[in-house]
Every structure is written in C-alpha cells, then in structure tokens.
Design a binder for this molecule. Structure first.
Ligand code: IPE
Ligand code: IPE
Ligand code: MG
Length: 235
C-alpha cells in the first residue's frame, strides 16, 4: 500500500560521471557528456509526468577544486545541453531556474543560462532547477546576509525572523522543499546540497552511476518513496 502520493519536488545529486568514464577507459569529460544524455531523458520524463519541480546538482561550490580542463569542459557541456534542449523544453512548458551564483561561471555558459531563463520565465509546467555553483552553506549564508542588511536598514526587525523568512531568502525561494532526494553512484552523503531544504526529505541512494540512470531508475525511486512512512517528528 502507498503511504505517499507522487513527490512534487524531486532533487537529484547526479554523481558518478567520472567513474562511468573510467570503467569504459574514457576521459572524465566523456562521462560528463554521457551524464548530459541522462539528464535530457530525466527532465523530459518529469515534464511529461506532472512532476512540479526537479532540482539537479550540476556543479557545487567545491567543484572548482577540479582541474581547469574538467571545470571548463563541464561548462561547455552545459552550453551544448542548453543549445540542444532549451527550445524543446520551452515547447513542453518547462521553466528553467538556476540555484547558485552563476555570475562567476564562464561567460558563454552564463549567457546560455540567462537566455534560457528569459525564454522560459512565464512557463507554467515543470520547474527545472539547476544547482550551479551551488552550496547549501553558501545558500544559508547569503540568506543570512540579506536579512542582516534589511535589519541594518530598518526594513526588518530582528523579531521578524522566522523559518519561513529564511526559506524565502534561499535560492529555492517559493519552491517547496524536496520530498525526495536521490543520489547516484553509491556515495552516502549530501556534499553540501540543499542543507536547509532537506530537513525532512526522504533519501534514496542507488549504486547506479549517473550516466546509467534511466526513466525506470527514477520510477523505482518514486515507487520506493511512496512506501516510506513520513513522521515529521509526530507519530
Ligand atoms: C558528478 O560526477 C558530476 C559533477 C560533480 C560535476 P563526478 O564527476 O563527481 O563523478 P565521480 O564521482 O568522479 O565518479
Ligand atoms: C556532488 O558530487 C556535486 C555534484 C554532483 C554536482 P561530488 O562528486 O562533487 O561530491 P563529493 O566530492 O564526492 O562529496
Ligand atoms: Mg563525484
């Protein structure tokens, strides 16, 4: 028997591209390219199946530690993905948003992202959120700074602070917290993803590497989620 209905917000830590490439004897960037193909399928699937929000972790605030070649390759692949996909996603009513400070990513990627946001901003279908240069701690820190500024300027009183106010200042803004967080590749950690928003998320871990993750893998995750008993501290 199902405990829960479909999640309205699914978040995915798309991990394992490098190991997928290594297994095939290919360079790491081939793994990221293969990961882009998985992403394409999963976004279309969510758009077609009444999922309201999909958030994917594409690049963390810590991923800058990787080689210059890998970092610039990842952003080039993002540009290719948006060039190939955004018109189709727009046709399907998908709205693209970015979580994270994308002002500092390479210019071609920044422009592709800005154009995609502008093109799809009035769409009412799937809200597709790409976490790019995203860190959960950075997200909370920025919210805290913006609130502190407002208090300093007298726009807010310290007594106005609430969980709702903090939530509204995060990159996710009015997007509800994810009911389900999926991580591929067998790693059992959050790696600084959606720290505040995941307080009561259900976690689903799979050993599948992201390039091997399919629509059926997502269906399996959703089905497992539906059987989970969620307590929220109650009973
Ligand atoms: C996830 O795959 C994609 C990004 C972090 C950009 P990885 O590149 O982390 O793949 P593994 O973990 O090395 O296999
Ligand atoms: C998390 O994966 C970030 C993304 C999937 C974009 P990482 O591969 O960077 O995480 P760690 O370093 O293994 O924790
Ligand atoms: Mg990884």
């Amino acid at each position: 028997m199902s405990e829960n209905s479909n999640p309205s917000h699914i978040a995915i830590i798309m991990d394992g591209n490098g190991r997928w490439a290594k297994k095939q004897g290919l360079p790491r960037l081939s793994g990221h390219k293969a990961g882009m193909e998985s992403l394409k399928k999963i976004v279309r699937y969510c758009g077609d199946n009444n999922i309201e929000n999909l958030t994917v972790y594409a690049f963390s605030t810590e991923n800058w530690k990787r080689s210059e070649e890998e970092v610039s390759g990842i952003f080039k692949i993002l540009v290719i993905y948006l060039d190939r996909e955004i018109k189709e996603l727009h046709r399907r009513g998908v709205r693209l948003r970015i979580l994270g400070d994308y002002s500092i990513i390479p210019a071609p990627a920044r422009e592709a992202v800005e154009n995609a946001i502008e093109l799809t901003k009035d769409n009412k279908g799937l809200s597709f959120n790409i976490a790019l240069n995203y860190g959960g701690r950075d997200d909370i820190l920025r919210a805290a700074k913006s609130i502190a500024e407002d208090v300093k300027e007298g726009k807010l009183d310290a007594s106005d602070l609430s969980e709702e106010l903090i939530s509204s200042r995060l990159y996710t803004g009015d997007i509800p917290d994810p009911e389900l967080i999926i991580r591929t590749s067998g790693e059992l950690r959050l790696s600084n993803f959606l720290l505040w928003q995941s307080a009561y998320s259900e976690f689903y871990f799979t050993d599948e590497l992201w390039p091997d993750f399919t629509e059926d893998s997502l269906k399996a995750a959703i089905n497992e989620y539906k059987t989970r008993k969620r307590n929220f501290g109650g009973r």
